[in-house]
Design a protein around this ligand. Structure first.
Ligand SMILES: Nc1ccn([C@@H]2O[C@H](COP(=O)(O)O)[C@@H](O)[C@H]2O)c(=O)n1
Ligand SMILES: C[C@@]1(CO)OP(=O)(O)OP(=O)(O)OC[C@H]1O
Length: 159
């Protein structure tokens, strides 16, 4: 059996918060606004996994009205969702994700993010691909108002 899911998320920049992408702290003058730590990349990945499972989305499982998730580390949310995958008898086929940001330059951080995501999913790094693109200064990401991320995941039966 093969299950595929996709995820997309956007968070706006704000002053005075650290920038966390893919569970990794990225040096940058501004962070992202959100009820959680606003890790837009992990949110897209989490939504892609929930999509493959046919189990709704991140906001359904972890509502942004619930004080329990105020400032939560998004890696913890991803770990909870990954437990659902393991309990369903599925395993990772592969995951591919894109960070859409004019800045910061993601290339120096991609390897660390890949390893962190692989670690969170107990997966091989070769099954995780993380990439980045600008929008050539067009739109809200191009104006550096925020960062968007998209992800696609393939889950397969364990046998
Ligand atoms: N925030 C970003 C955006 C892009 N990159 C890298 O640069 C390459 C070219 O990006 P274009 O948007 O001009 O096509 C892209 O393929 C990435 O390797 C990056 O590191 N960080
Ligand atoms: C992660 C959650 C929960 O803290 O909050 P946010 O950081 O606001 O993120 P978003 O992607 O808007 O929606 C999911 C939320 O329920």
């Amino acid at each position: 059996m093969i299950k595929v899911g996709q995820g997309f998320d956007v968070h706006r920049f704000t002053e005075g918060r650290p920038l966390i992408l893919g569970g990794v702290n990225i040096p940058h003058p501004r962070g992202l606004e959100g009820h959680s730590d606003a890790d837009v990349l992990l949110h897209a990945i989490t939504d892609a996994i929930l999509g493959a499972l046919g189990k709704g989305d991140i906001g359904t499982h972890f509502p942004d009205t619930d004080p329990e998730f105020k400032g939560v580390d998004s890696a913890k949310l991803l770990e909870k969702v990954w437990t659902m995958v393991e309990e369903s008898g599925l395993m990772l086929g592969n995951l591919d994700a894109t960070v859409i940001a004019q800045r910061p330059k993601m290339a120096p951080h991609i390897s660390r993010i890949r390893k962190r995501v692989a670690n969170l999913l107990r997966a091989d790094v070769s099954d995780i691909n993380i990439k980045a693109t600008t929008t050539e200064r067009l739109g809200f990401t191009g104006r550096e108002e925020g960062i968007a991320s998209m992800a696609i995941v393939c889950l397969t039966s364990r046998e």
